[in-house]
Design a protein around this ligand. Structure first.
Ligand SMILES: N[C@@H](CCC(=O)N[C@@H](CS)C(=O)NCC(=O)O)C(=O)O
Length: 212
């Protein structure tokens, strides 16, 4: 299976976490989103131009991080589940995954990009983003009072969605005044799957990120 991804991309890291948690191997295909040539070449494969993008074989292609995890869940039986079999619990994982992508990833990245000058300052967008992040942290505080991971006792797709964003959010949407979330971040940081993801992207980020 070929996985097209970019190490700095939060959605790519979400898919990578799923591969590493499941111990499923893949052929890495790095996409350089910052080079116009790299992007143009990738758009010939995925016209939407977004990573991650999975090409399991010649007949199939799977865009979207959540769909990639759903695909692995179905096609790699016997690997650790990231979406529970129980329908009620699965619905909760999918809900937390959607909440995290839409109301945490997008706003936290908006705040980060405004902060480091990748996007123009926009007070209205920043205010809306801060509001969504605060609501997300509220949900997480409640969830993490019930168990070590966002959806309870087991690491799930929702954790794959959340953890990559938290690294950048320390800079743009801090959670230091939420003790449950701080403890969750510590647990997540120690997870071997995340350490593997971090070993790949952190050196690139440290070169790129503003120093102050
Ligand atoms: N909903 C998509 C979002 C993917 C996404 O936005 N990826 C970003 C990187 S984190 C990207 O490829 N951006 C390039 C672009 O928008 O041109 C998913 O879950 O995979």
């Amino acid at each position: 299976m070929k996985l097209y991804y970019s190490p700095l991309s939060t959605y790519s890291q979400k898919a990578l976490l799923a591969f590493y948690e499941k111990g499923v191997s893949f052929e890495p295909q790095l996409v350089n989103l910052m080079s116009p040539e790299g992007k143009a070449a990738f758009e010939k494969i995925n016209p939407i131009g977004k990573v991650p993008f999975l090409k399991p074989n010649d007949a199939w292609q799977v865009p979207e991080s959540t769909s990639i995890i759903e695909y692995l869940e179905d096609k790699c039986p016997g690997t650790p589940r990231l979406i529970p079999e129980d329908r009620e619990q699965a619905r909760f994982v999918r809900f937390m995954d959607r909440m995290t992508d839409l109301y945490y990833n997008e706003p936290a990245v908006e705040l980060l990009f405004q902060k480091i000058g990748f996007r123009p300052k926009d007070e209205a967008k920043a205010e809306k983003a801060k509001k969504y992040v605060a609501i997300t942290y509220g949900y997480w505080d409640q969830a993490l009072a019930r168990g070590p991971w966002l959806c309870g006792a087991n690491f799930s797709m929702a954790d794959c969605a959340a953890i990559p964003v938290m690294y950048y959010a320390q800079m743009s949407a801090p959670f230091a005044d939420h003790p449950n979330i701080v403890a969750y971040w510590k647990r997540a940081s120690e997870r071997p799957s995340y350490q593997k993801v971090k070993a790949e992207f952190e050196p690139i980020w440290k070169d790129l990120a503003p120093k102050s």
